[in-house]
Design a protein around this ligand. Structure first.
Ligand SMILES: CC(C)(COP(=O)(O)OP(=O)(O)OC[C@H]1O[C@@H](n2cnc3c(N)ncnc32)[C@H](O)[C@@H]1OP(=O)(O)O)[C@@H](O)C(=O)NCCC(=O)NCCS
Length: 180
């Protein structure tokens, strides 16, 4: 469907369930994603989640990320929230296969998602939330043109301590002008 330089953003398939189940139960991965406690998911729950994808609800949508070279399903990204009054969307991303971390796949995925949203959805701003300790994610988003917009102090509790949550955003006019 939507093609970047390294990835394809496509609909979920039932074949993705096995890997999706593995990713969602990986504690190291979930530390970056779950705001609080990441409880384990059952195979049945994950299967139902995969099967429920593909339903576009008011503009929200989850894409599976496929590595163009190997054809492997390596993670997911999506439009989690849309405010059609203010034209602001919230996005999220997860490269579930750790062999793919730090190799430019997140940046290519996010650039492809940004292009899809600004080219097709008539949106003014894309925002996302990330944890203060997730420096790899922040660097990835900066490379795509996101800037820090705000900090929610001590919003997250992990491993016995509080962390801030960082809000980052990118505006359509900056993206249009390449001013990022
Ligand atoms: C966050 C994530 C999407 C980034 O994708 P990625 O493919 O790993 O990132 P990229 O390789 O495109 O870019 C990462 C950048 O951060 C840098 N980086 C890597 N580890 C870092 C660290 N510990 N501290 C600072 N920078 C780091 C890389 O060098 C690279 O920058 P560079 O190109 O200037 O050298 C991916 O790692 C991921 O899904 N992680 C687990 C789940 C997660 O954190 N999701 C995001 C929740 S907000």
């Amino acid at each position: 469907m939507y093609r970047g330089e390294k990835v394809l953003l496509r609909a979920y398939k039932s074949d993705d369930t096995e890997k999706a189940y593995e990713y969602v139960n990986d504690a190291e991965l979930m530390r970056y994603l779950s705001p609080n406690v990441a409880f384990p998911m059952t195979y049945k729950e994950e299967k139902e989640w995969v099967e429920a994808q593909g339903q576009n609800k008011d503009g929200t949508y989850n894409f599976a990320i496929e590595d163009l070279e190997s054809g492997r399903y390596i993670g997911g990204c999506g439009i989690n929230e849309v405010n059609w009054l203010t034209r602001v969307v919230t996005v999220g991303i997860m490269i579930g296969d750790k062999d793919y971390w730090g190799r430019g796949y997140g940046t290519d995925t996010m650039n492809t998602l940004i292009k899809f949203i600004f080219s097709n959805m008539n949106v003014n701003k894309i925002k996302l939330y990330t944890f203060s300790f997730n420096e790899r994610a922040q660097r990835c988003y900066e490379k795509c043109g996101f800037k820090v917009e705000g900090i929610l102090k001590e919003e997250v509790f992990k491993d016995g301590q509080y962390y801030d949550e960082v809000i980052m955003s990118i505006f359509k006019n900056q993206w249009d002008q390449g001013d990022i």
